[in-house]
Design a protein around this ligand. Structure first.
Ligand SMILES: Cc1cc2nc3c(=O)[nH]c(=O)nc-3n(C[C@H](O)[C@H](O)[C@H](O)COP(=O)(O)OP(=O)(O)OC[C@H]3O[C@@H](n4cnc5c(N)ncnc54)[C@H](O)[C@@H]3O)c2cc1C
Length: 475
């Protein structure tokens, strides 16, 4: 039997699509820069089906690419293969593995299939009076499996941590079809190696995550959201220190936005109201969460007084505080629309970097000055999770120039930025992963010993390099 016939026998005719026109959107990455090819798209609905599918793929030595919502920013879910390999390439999409199987309210945990959309999980938690705290602009499309495989962060890492911190247990199907069950909902468990962590952030290179046990947090009773304008990065840093000192873990988000990024939202997405003037170089969106309404009522005046004092000391130049949930959401919408506004404007050269928080100001100042010296046309569009030391440090072109200009210098821009990242002992892939776009940089950023240890892990689980080949490792 052929690969396709065997797959159909294993998971059903309707779950194996061979007409590329029917799965064309799945063959292109989210940024539309990578285009893949595959003999078919397989849509399994259960762990058992994934297991049978993987056994078939082993028999036929097929290459297997796993895809969730296809919102990843590192082209890691795109089946880029040589023409000679298309006939043995299978794209596995988890869209049908979308069941929230169980919620344990007392344990504050859920067991879900990996194709569950993040927003659906958040809504299910809220219905139980609980919170699934990982939140990002792609949450209406990205999946539990994809966010675990990229160890996605989002906007509330400051308080709750990234996906890794929410994951208590995993079930994974290995390349040969064996099911590795680590699906425990325990908050404490020191029984030997904690293997699930190898699969979190592995970008689909070691196995297919089929189910996860995830922890919920307490649903906040209220929040204060505000946007503060600052005239310097030093002022942003001081604002962060002041808020951290005064509100500690209640500070759940501290997002930095270059004025140019908000201007792009205004220009490209006129339906998104920007409820403040753009007279300053930097803006910060901060959120403080409360466990009770009493705490909220007591703390809110404290925030207003603090911002007034920071205004008096010239730390904060202006501020707008959300007066209702509608206004809070409107402020967040501006921040969350930045990636789509840039995409609509033609894109820019992207970096998802992190450095120690104490080095952020020096990194931005020195690296941006160096780029300005080398490329007279460059225009920075910087935003991101300042509180986590993680920036989307993106470089576009000055107004009126063709946005494609920046892509003709992409490698040279990367080289400058990543040299500064190295100098500040940072990371070239803070939350989006290495994918197939930074494989060379993984080798540069890790010591030979660490890189070889990673390769050994890959060989242990996927000795034939059939799972997401070209992702993480270039060969
Ligand atoms: C507008 C926008 C905003 C974003 N904001 C953030 C942000 O704030 N923080 C952040 O961290 N990221 C952000 N992202 C990127 C983020 O990485 C993805 O949204 C998400 O984590 C990927 O989930 P997905 O289901 O779309 O996975 P895909 O894109 O389909 O896949 C991503 C990776 O996971 C693997 N994978 C998927 N499912 C499985 C599975 N079941 N088993 C094994 N491997 C699997 C794939 O092979 C691939 O390597 C943003 C993306 C967009 C478009």
């Amino acid at each position: 039997m052929t690969l396709i016939e065997d797959l159909r026998a294993a998971i059903g005719d309707a779950a194996v699509i061979t007409d590329p026109a029917q799965f064309a959107p799945m063959l292109t990455d989210n940024r539309r820069r990578w285009h893949g090819q595959a003999a078919c798209c397989a849509l399994p609905a259960s762990t058992d089906e994934v297991s049978r599918l993987m056994a078939v793929c082993t028999k036929h030595k097929a290459l297997v690419f796993t895809q969730g919502g296809n919102t990843g920013n590192a082209a890691a879910a795109t089946p880029v293969v040589a023409d000679a390999d298309v006939g043995r390439t299978v794209l596995v999409n988890t869209a049908r593995m979308n069941r929230i199987e169980a919620i344990d309210r007392v344990n504050a945990t859920a067991v879900v299939q990996s194709g569950v959309i993040l927003k659906n999980l958040q809504d299910a938690a809220a219905e139980e009076g609980l919170l699934f705290p990982v939140s990002l602009a792609a949450e209406g499309t990205c999946t539990v499996g994809g966010t675990l495989s990229t160890n996605a962060g989002g906007v509330h890492v400051l308080r709750y941590g990234s996906m890794r911190a929410q994951c208590l247990g995993l079930e994974v199907v290995l390349p040969d079809g064996r099911v590795l069950s680590m699906l425990r909902s325990l908050r404490k468990d020191n029984t030997g190696y904690d293997l699930k962590h190898l699969f979190i952030g592995a970008e689909g290179t070691l196995g297919i995550i089929t189910r996860a046990a995830l922890a919920f947090a307490a649903l906040p009773a209220a929040r204060t959201v505000f946007v503060a304008a600052v005239d310097s990065l030093q002022a942003a840093e001081k604002l962060f220190e002041t808020l951290s000192k005064n509100f500690s873990a209640r500070l759940s988000a501290f997002e930095l936005m270059h004025a140019a990024t908000i201007a792009k939202v205004r220009e490209q997405l006129p339906d998104i109201p920007v409820g403040f003037e753009l007279n300053h170089p930097w803006y910060v969106l901060a959120e403080i969460r409360y466990d009770t309404t009493e705490e909220s009522e007591a703390t809110r005046p404290q925030i207003e007084n603090l911002l007034a004092a920071l205004f008096e000391s010239d730390t904060v130049a202006d501020a707008v505080i959300g007066q209702s949930e509608t206004q809070n959401e409107a402020l967040w919408r501006v921040r969350e629309s930045i990636p789509s506004a840039h995409k609509k404007a033609g894109g820019n050269v992207k970096h998802d970097i992190s450095v120690p928080r104490s080095s952020l100001v020096a990194f931005i100042t020195e690296c941006t000055a160096e780029l300005g010296k080398r490329f007279s046309w460059i225009a920075p569009s910087i935003f991101g999770h300042f509180g986590d030391g993680n920036l989307h440090y993106n470089m576009g072109v000055k107004p009126g120039l063709d946005p494609r200009l920046c892509f003709t210098h992409e490698e040279a821009i990367h080289a400058v930025v990543y040299a500064y990242v190295q100098r500040f002992r940072g990371s070239v892939a803070a939350e989006h992963g290495v994918g197939r776009i930074k494989t060379g940089w993984l080798r540069v950023m890790r010591s030979p010993e660490e890189y070889e240890a990673m390769r050994s892990v890959k060989t242990l689980f996927d000795p034939e390099n059939r799972l997401n080949p070209g992702v993480l490792f270039d060969s």
